[in-house]
Design a protein around this ligand. Structure first.
Ligand SMILES: Cc1cc2nc3c(=O)[nH]c(=O)nc-3n(C[C@H](O)[C@H](O)[C@H](O)COP(=O)(O)OP(=O)(O)OC[C@H]3O[C@@H](n4cnc5c(N)ncnc54)[C@H](O)[C@@H]3O)c2cc1C
Length: 453
């Protein structure tokens, strides 16, 4: 198996220096790795596409297991799909589509590996009556434990263990296979509406009552929010409108970040640079409102296949989730805070913010919407100078206001902040985890801190 010294996440800002990077081709390969600490030193961390924006997959001095080659779709039934952990969401979605099927949660990130989808955090605006986290639809998992033994768990056999495995991040064992519930494809309606921050917050109860999913683009320096509303529309007539999601995806994953990156690089004067970025935000809103609307789109078309190696259009982000009942107070206060942060500290994010409304979800022990519906604040950036320091301050701001972080998507949160948000659920996870991994073979410093080991 090849060795290397550096593996960076997709964005390129988190670099790990493992002693070994092992390519898993089979369950046996993973068993061999876990049983041989001499050749494959600890910590051992499996990884999929390494798209995480936090250091959760890092294994400095240890072993990183690349799961990519274990990418077979094993079985599609009427209402489930079983896949190997290295398959990616967009590839599986395309196969399902051929049979008129789709996932429940169709994140824009098509590169999400199914192993990560099963055992790590995700977010998408919850469709009416549904969850917004992919793992909540995972019904069965197969893992290799640090002992080399195979663990198979399912909703039927052990629902309580499944709740922990769905947020285990490879700290119980390496996921090799997972089964997800799927559904028949249905036409999906989408449209956008722009509000002032004040108006958006005042009208939230009315917007929730509309019965649509809500994801929103926030242009906070102009105090504007453009909300994406979606719901299934089984009565849609005519042909699917195929241009809608590709156009959204182009704006979100290419033109948007590329323009902001170039403005950051080429316009030295801050005032001029951010004026241009805010004007560009106006164009973005116009496109969303006027072009990205249809009564008949397909949910899998939302997925983006990001390039293997990121280019000038790369972006990164962070995230905190807040109880939706507090959001009408939180968002205006946050808007004031980021504006004043720019004035007093000279830093502002060079892209927009986004947010998601995610339904109450107790399918995983560490769910960030365990106690009720949440709405998130996700600053997005091409990592302009000052970004990391900003995120430290952002973490403090959000934690003080009752926010919850997501281990693979919130950069730089502290153990104290995790304890405040997750309380006893974190202890429950830590205790159960230790039963499966008594030698802490799977814990990197990130998870040692997280679990207080
Ligand atoms: C440009 C961009 C857009 C994004 N958009 C979204 C979005 O719309 N929605 C969303 O929810 N997220 C989004 N994300 C975040 C991303 O989906 C998550 O961070 C996700 O975990 C990435 O999947 P991955 O396969 O790259 O996981 P990795 O980063 O490779 O791994 C995530 C965690 O899971 C563990 N792990 C991975 N595979 C296994 C396995 N087989 N067994 C055990 N443990 C394993 C890793 O050790 C790590 O701790 C985005 C990220 C980027 C960079």
């Amino acid at each position: 198996m090849p060795t290397t010294t550096e593996v960076s996440n997709w964005f390129g800002d988190l670099v790990s220096k493992p002693k070994v990077v092992a390519e898993a081709k089979s369950v046996k390969d993973i068993q061999k790795i876990l049983k041989d600490p001499e050749k494959f030193p600890s910590p051992v961390r499996a990884f999929g596409s390494n798209h995480s924006t936090a250091a959760c997959a890092a294994a400095d001095g240890g072993t990183m297991i690349r799961m990519k080659a274990m990418n077979r779709i094993l079985e599609i039934t009427e209402d489930t799909v079983t896949v190997e952990a290295g398959a990616i969401l967009i590839d599986v979605a395309q196969e399902l589509r051929k049979q008129g099927k789709q996932f429940f949660v169709n994140t824009e990130i098509g590169n999400l590996s199914m192993g990560s989808a099963a055992c790590a955090g995700t977010k998408d605006g919850s469709m009416p009556g549904e969850f917004g986290q992919v793992s909540s639809y995972c019904t069965r998992m197969k893992l290799v434990l640090p002992s080399g033994k195979i663990l198979e768990a399912s909703e039927e056999s052990d629902p309580e263990l499944m709740k922990m495995l769905r947020c285990s991040y490879g700290t119980f064992g390496v996921v090799t296979e997972a089964t997800f519930r799927i559904r028949a494809m249905e036409p999906m309606e989408v449209f956008h509406e722009t509000f002032s921050v004040k108006d958006y917050c005042a009208r939230l109860p009315e917007l929730w009552a509309r019965g649509y999913s809500m994801m929103y683009y926030m242009f906070l320096y102009d105090e504007k929010v453009t909300c994406e509303f979606r719901k299934y529309n089984p009565k849609a007539k005519g042909l699917r409108e195929l241009h809608v999601w590709p156009l959204r995806n182009y704006l979100w994953s290419d033109l948007g970040p590329r323009t902001c990156f170039q403005a950051e690089r080429d316009i030295a004067d801050k005032k001029a640079r951010y004026k241009l970025i805010d004007v560009f935000g106006g164009t973005w809103r116009w496109n969303l409102e006027n072009l990205i609307k249809s009564k008949n789109t397909a949910a899998p078309d939302q997925m983006i296949r990001y390039p293997e190696v990121s280019g000038d259009n790369r972006y990164t982000f962070s995230l905190w989730a807040f109880p939706e009942s507090e959001y009408a107070k939180i968002l205006p206060a946050y808007t004031k805070w980021v504006k004043s942060y720019y004035k007093t500290k000279g830093y502002r994010t060079n892209m927009l913010h986004v947010g998601y409304r995610i339904a109450k979800d107790q399918m995983s022990t560490l769910s960030y919407s365990f106690d009720g519906n949440v709405m998130t604040i996700d600053p997005v950036s091409t990592a302009n100078p000052g970004w990391t320091k900003f995120l430290d301050d952002f973490n403090v701001w959000c934690s003080e206001r009752g926010g919850a972080p997501l281990p693979n998507q919130t950069f730089g949160f502290t153990r104290a902040q995790a304890v405040k948000a997750l309380g006893a659920r974190l202890d429950t996870m830590a205790a159960k985890r230790a039963e499966f991994d008594p030698g802490n073979r799977l814990l990197n410093p990130f998870f040692k801190t997280f679990f207080g080991v």
